[in-house]
Design a protein around this ligand. Structure first.
Ligand SMILES: [Zn+2]
Length: 348
């Protein structure tokens, strides 16, 4: 609570007052088809790099992150940084310096489009996931989101750079263990609506829907199969060889499961909404600072090598907290890594 008060005094109260009127202007999801003819022919599925948000407490979590690190990342071996770090994720991660030496793209402003698949509560109803559209809107109008300004190199001012965009709803059969090929038609249809560096998609899977990276189904979101349960969500990007172009997206499975959910209960909005919000926030910050998996990651610390802005702050419970976003809405979510503060924080 101390953190929140300080932050409020410093920066966010004025912004919160100014943005009160914009709440509750959220439009209904627009139906979109899961099937797109020719989508598979216009894209190389293997070219979609993935960046997982690993399951809490998984022993091989670091290995999974490193195995998916971009090929251009090599440790710089900076003077004993690895050896001097206080191992693991306890408290503030230091040194977690994030760098983008090749000046790869970041997202300066981008609409956030939620995409709901097979909502079981009612047709097109995002309440099944705890209404992530409300969180996206609140985050967009917060001061917390301006933590990314130090990476995008945009000047801080209280403007909304990552607003809630269009909500979409799709329905159709998915295999129990879904793969990229099962949602590529949907991605193609979405990218035909808008694509590139000013539009990103967050695709929400319903409770009970698993998803795997590999054909053998060994690296999955699969809370019903602990052996293959490796990640909670991921972000990715790829390019279609037609008008759909370059698409940036995250996949957000159902988060109120052991290993993914927030645990500092009671949380302000209930466990479902805050669990969805925390993982969504993690992915969104990473999509802004590392949309193509070649920009801001840790290249200086052997222990944290390849980690992105959210990865460095997702494990220790000390890195979670109650943060006030727009309109005095509090959430329990993870913090994000700030080079400026050399640690995990909610401060811009
Ligand atoms: Zn991550």
């Amino acid at each position: 609570m101390k953190k929140i008060r300080r932050r409020c005094l410093a920066l966010s109260c004025a912004g919160a007052f100014l943005s009160v009127a914009s709440y509750a202007q959220l439009s209904k999801p627009v139906p979109i088809s899961m099937v797109s003819s020719g989508a598979a022919a216009t894209v190389d599925l293997a070219s979609f790099q993935i960046r997982p948000n690993v399951v809490q407490g998984l022993s091989n979590r670091a290995d999974l992150l490193k195995s998916t690190a971009g090929g251009d990342i090599t440790p710089s071996g900076g003077a004993g940084l690895g050896a001097g770090s206080p191992g693991g994720f306890n408290l503030v991660v230091y040194p977690g310096y994030l760098s983008n030496p090749n000046n790869k793209p970041t997202l300066h402003t981008a609409r956030q489009h939620p995409v709901y698949i097979n909502s079981p509560t009612a047709p097109n109803d995002p309440a099944h996931w705890g209404n992530p559209q409300i969180f996206l809107d609140d985050l967009a109008g917060s001061s917390f989101i301006h933590l990314v300004d130090q990476y995008t190199l945009d000047p801080y001012y209280p403007t909304v750079r990552y607003p809630l965009g269009t909500q979409y709803a799709a329905s159709g059969p998915l295999p129990h263990f879904a793969h990229l090929v099962d949602i590529i038609g949907l991605l193609h249809n979405l990218a035909l609506q808008a694509h590139g560096y000013n539009d990103v998609y967050h695709i929400f899977l319903p409770q009970g829907q698993d998803y795997c990276f590999d054909a053998a189904n060994t690296q999955c979101y699969s809370p019903d199969n602990r052996k293959s349960f490796a990640f909670c969500a991921f972000h990715s990007a790829g390019t279609f060889n037609d008008a759909a172009g370059h698409v940036i997206f995250s996949l957000e499975p159902y988060q109120q499961v052991n290993g993914c959910q927030v645990t500092g209960l009671p949380s302000p909005n209930g466990q479902l909404m805050d669990s969805t919000a925390s993982v969504l926030s993690h992915e969104l910050f990473e999509m802004i600072t590392d949309p193509d998996l070649n920009a801001y990651v840790n290249r200086d610390n052997l222990d944290l090598y390849g980690y992105e802005i959210g990865d460095q702050c997702q494990s220790a419970s000390a890195n979670f907290g109650f943060v006030m976003l727009k309109n005095f809405h509090f959430y329990e979510i993870q913090s994000e890594y700030s080079n400026f503060y050399n640690g995990c924080t909610f401060f811009p």
